[in-house]
Design a protein around this ligand. Structure first.
Ligand code: AMP
Length: 413
């Protein structure tokens, strides 16, 4: 479906053209007509599906084509992380370029001067406010934020917000909003807690399910069974084996991020790191350098695995096994965006093997095992007892230059 078929405002269409969007993605095709018709939405859609434009475009169209108070906050987008807030603001900047729509981002960790600037903007009013929950509550507590003219509430990456313990904050924010409003809830997964949140805030919502809990097929996946001390030398080995343009390495703790980052830096790799001990502007600089190809490798905690759209990643390495299947799909989904090919390796220690096997079950894929090269010493053996796999799929594979083979669904051959 072409964007021209939605009947969007002309100035908005100019922005859509400038962004290079021509046809709507599936989530956009399904969600946009409901939002224009005024329905509440609950949508299961992951990053990479075009979900941001799916809620921004119809809300912008309605703001542009209907009378609205320019001095009040018309739409509030609540997101789990600063990075996602920044990314949504960037998309807004592009698509509202030819319009008079105003917007501001409100997120924590950026010092007193910025808080004052946010306060000023909030007092003045902006058509759209993008916020993280904690920071918004800080402003709301001061009493100067007027939300009585609000028409649209959007919760993005709602499952992530619940994981991060923001349920009470969200409910508190909602207590400041007028009862008459349109609610749009986007979430990658739909755990039971999400149903509870949805039942509390949505009225007769249209349900849309675009979630792909399987990794795209063009990602060549591989798993190395390793002992912990083998990980750093193996990362270096993998990075040296083939020419990867840009690489993301995920660790589950900031300590491992720092350690691996230091090791790679010492070994003269072009590497940056992102973890919560860095200031917001340092994190943004790393992302900027990575996007502009000044940096080839980022070592990061999970902060980056969702919500952030970095394109053209060639290789994702899970330095630790992700928390669950959804996280695994999110992490490796950083590669092979927009139908390009990508490689994803996961390092699995003997202690993490059961967890990894559970993930494989969840995503319905046997991830081909890669043989740890002999120079790293003996690696842990696959323990078959905890999973029933065919013999052939358990065969060890030789590590090849250029990564594992494609077509990893269900066999690993
Ligand atoms: P999202 O899932 O919102 O993070 O979007 C993923 C990426 O797809 C972003 O880089 C968007 O700019 C891009 N995008 C969103 N909608 C479209 C579209 N209809 N056509 C092409 N690219 C799009």
């Amino acid at each position: 479906m072409y964007f021209s078929e939605f009947g969007f405002d002309d100035d908005l269409m100019d922005g859509i053209d400038a962004m290079g969007y021509e046809t709507a993605t599936p989530v956009q095709e399904q969600v946009i007509p409901h939002i224009i018709a005024g329905r509440d939405i609950i949508a299961a859609a992951q990053t990479g599906t075009g979900k941001t434009a799916a809620f921004l475009l119809p809300v912008l169209h309605k703001l542009l084509s209907q009378q609205h108070d320019e001095h009040s906050i018309n739409a509030l987008i609540v997101v789990p992380t600063r990075e996602l807030a920044v990314q949504i603001a960037q998309t807004l900047e592009g698509i509202t370029y030819y319009t008079s729509i105003s917007f501001i981002s409100v997120y924590g960790g950026t010092g007193g001067a910025l808080f004052a600037a946010e306060r000023k903007a909030l007092e003045k009013g902006a058509d759209i406010v993008i916020c993280t929950p904690g920071r918004m509550i800080s402003h709301l507590n001061m009493g100067y934020v007027k939300l009585d003219g609000l028409r649209y509430l959007i919760l993005d990456e709602a499952d992530r917000m619940l994981d991060m313990g923001f349920y009470e904050d969200i409910i508190k924010i909602i207590s400041y909003l007028p009862a008459q409003r349109q609610n749009l809830l986007f979430s990658a997964t739909m755990p039971p807690a999400m149903r509870k949140l949805a039942n509390t805030i949505l009225k007769n919502p249209a349900e849309i399910n675009i979630a792909i809990s399987k990794p795209p097929e063009q990602i060549a996946q591989g798993a190395f069974l390793v002992y912990e001390p083998q990980k750093i030398p193996l990362v270096k080995f993998v990075l040296e084996q083939a020419e990867f343009g840009s690489v993301l390495i995920f660790c589950s703790s900031k300590l491992s991020v720092k350690k691996l980052y230091e090791e790679l830096r010492k070994a003269k790799f072009s590497v940056g790191n992102i973890q919560s001990d860095l200031e917001q502007d340092q994190r943004e600089q790393v992302l900027l350098d990575f996007r502009s190809r000044k940096l080839k490798i980022i070592v990061a905690t999970d902060i980056l695995s969702r919500g952030i759209d970095i394109e053209d990643i060639d290789l994702v390495i899970n330095y630790d096994v992700p928390h669950d299947g959804e996280d695994y799909v999110h992490r490796i989904g950083r590669t092979a965006r927009a139908a390009t090919k990508g490689t994803a390796y996961t390092f699995v220690t003997d202690k993490e093997l059961y967890k990894f096997q559970k993930i494989e079950k969840l995503i319905g894929t046997d991830v081909p095992r890669q043989v740890v090269p002999e120079q790293f010493g003996p690696a842990p053996a696959e323990t078959i007892a905890s999973k029933s796999k065919s013999k052939s799929s358990n065969k060890k594979r030789k590590f090849k230059r250029g990564g594992p083979g494609k077509g990893t669904q269900g066999g690993g051959a």
